[in-house]
Write a protein that binds this ligand. Structure first.
Ligand code: GLU
Length: 555
């Protein structure tokens, strides 16, 4: 085909679409005026109605990189695969990320008339004519062509390649429509045959090029030689083509995406070149891994078999979004943890996040570590903040508790002060998430079965202790008077009040004072471990305490 033939072909394929020119789009979407090293990043999910921890992990990286400087973080919806589309998926992405404190500056979900949304539309299915402008441009330069192969023909090519032990795909001599004449193409068109549009690859087999990934560093990759599909039969672009057009026109400077896309880089490099676009920077993020509890080996976190992969998991159990964010930052940048420890009062958004510090070898998800972070972070909140958080969670996920536990705010605040050690030398770190926190303090608000105590087997001893306790209890005793009485009761019932003595002569005693306290603790709270019992009793009230101890004695 001659250069004129290419222009004619482009006109035949796209002439009746009244398309803008590439120059018009360049003008419509000018380079962004950004300061210094500010980056433009994006999240580009397919609207499948499912968003997982891996998405949140890369969204957080995108968001941080854009926002450590005055960059832009936007949302683009990649819905070119109609089969995977689910209603409400855009809202789901936006709401889920918002819950974890990640918000977009621009993009899908915002009104397209919003003053910031000047690089849209941000939903790929609304950009068909833009893709066609660039497809036409490639055809007119001889860099793309229609291919009328049927599924059967493609299959036959693949079989022939497999038989000959050759690389499979549509390339070189196997690219049967690559060198057809204009007349042959016209003939196929007038016969009404369907076609896809393919890139006419200029790559050389077995030739490599050096590619610099922001996370992986320099890697050698083979040049692309495949005449990849850029527009499908219905004129919808493939991911590859849409990626090049969109990230160029939306002026993305840094593409952060999963490592599974690294193998497509050669195709993308060739497409950007063919289109005359500057290549953005790329950062391919490692997968999230976990240690398999059965084999002890590491494996990818899976949507199907690992509940902790779903973001709903964290909402349902009431993990505070700040804890998840701190945890993910710990995974994303190895020096974050130390920075956070050294700057406990600084907003975590002040951390100098950098793509260069991102982990190349797979982020290992560790539930114990996450729980420790939760305990730490929650212990640093005020009781008012924890109150609001628990209440919001209960309102949504446990209406029973939300009615019972939160009707008396002052009582709940007192419970929280005690459980968090507010005003103590050191904060307590008992709370992991809302579900478990409310379970831990449930005995303040409802009657429940007691945990077994050591003295259940010896009800006489237990009841003697409880009887003495009730007889001697005075609500006005302060903490140390109260404890002194406990010691007297211990002595009277054959328990050691001196730890050392007890250790040396265990057989002489029924136990020691702490065992006596435990009997009372379990009778009152149903728990073997609680913060200061005197404090608990003073929140619960004398009547409740007496009622519970009496019940315990009857058991
Ligand atoms: N739509 C692609 C995906 O969900 C996005 C990849 C990218 O960020 O470019 O995997």
């Amino acid at each position: 085909m001659t250069p004129d033939n290419y222009i004619e072909l482009a006109d035949i394929l796209f002439g009746n679409e009244n398309l803008k020119t590439p120059e018009e789009y360049e003008e419509l979407y000018p380079y962004r005026k950004l300061s210094g090293k500010a980056e433009v990043t994006r999240l580009a999910p397919s609207p499948t109605g499912f968003i997982h921890l891996g998405n949140l992990y890369s969204a957080l990286a995108d968001e941080r990189i854009a926002h450590v400087r005055d960059g832009v973080f936007y949302l683009r919806i990649e819905d070119t695969d109609a089969k995977r589309k689910v209603d409400g998926a855009v809202e789901l992405v936006i709401d889920s990320l918002k819950y974890f404190g990640i918000e977009f500056d621009e993009g899908a979900g915002l009104d397209d008339d919003a003053p910031v949304n000047v690089y849209g539309p941000y939903i790929q299915s609304e950009r068909k004519e833009i893709y066609h402008t660039y497809a036409k441009e490639l055809v007119s330069k001889g860099l793309a062509y229609p291919c009328f192969c049927t599924e059967e023909e493609l299959e036959a090519i693949r079989n022939a390649q497999e038989d000959a032990k050759e690389l499979t795909g549509y390339y070189g001599k196997y690219a049967v429509w690559r060198d057809k004449s204009l007349d042959e193409i016209k003939e196929a068109l007038s016969a009404g045959k369907e076609y896809v549009l393919r890139l006419r690859s200029q790559g050389t087999p077995d030739k490599e090029f050096e590619f610099e990934d922001e996370i992986k560093g320099k890697v050698n990759l083979p040049e692309n030689i495949h005449d990849v599909v850029i527009l499908k039969k219905d004129g919808i672009p493939t991911y590859h083509f849409a990626h090049a057009v969109d990230d160029h026109l939306m002026r993305t400077t840094l593409v952060i995406r999963g490592t599974e896309w690294l193998a497509s880089v050669p195709t993308h490099v060739e497409l950007f070149n063919a289109l005359g676009f500057k290549l953005p920077k790329y950062a391919h993020t490692a997968h999230m891994m976990k240690t398999d509890p059965e084999t002890g080996g590491k494996r990818k976190l899976s949507k199907r078999s690992d509940p902790e992969m779903s973001l709903e998991f964290y909402k349902k159990d009431g993990y505070h979004p700040q804890c998840i964010k701190v945890y993910l930052l710990t995974l994303l940048n190895s020096d974050f943890e130390e920075w956070h420890r050294n700057n406990p009062d600084s907003d975590i958004n002040e951390f100098p996040f950098s793509v260069k510090k991102m982990n190349n070898s797979g982020a290992l998800f560790d539930m114990d570590k996450l729980e420790n972070i939760c305990k730490n972070e929650l212990s640093q909140l005020s009781e008012e903040e924890v109150y609001e958080f628990l209440k919001t969670w209960a309102d949504e996920y446990d209406s029973d508790k939300s009615a019972k536990y939160f009707e008396d705010k002052e009582k709940m605040l007192e419970v929280l002060r005690l459980y968090m050690g507010v005003g103590q030398k050191r904060r307590r770190k008992d709370f992991v998430n809302a579900r478990r926190a409310t379970e831990l303090i449930s005995f303040f608000f409802e009657e429940e079965e007691n945990e077994a105590d050591e003295f259940r087997q010896q009800p006489d001893i237990r009841n003697a202790i409880l009887k003495d306790y009730l007889e001697n209890f005075d609500y006005n005793d302060d903490n140390s008077q109260w404890f002194d009485k406990l010691k007297i009761i211990a002595e009277k019932n054959g328990f050691a009040t001196d730890r050392k003595d007890f250790k040396e002569n265990p057989d002489k005693y029924n136990g020691e004072t702490s065992d006596v306290a435990e009997v009372v603790r379990i009778a009152v709270t149903g728990r073997a471990n609680t913060p200061d019992l005197w404090g608990i009793i003073h929140i619960l009230g004398e009547d409740k305490m007496r009622e519970r101890i009496t019940k315990a004695m009857e058991r």
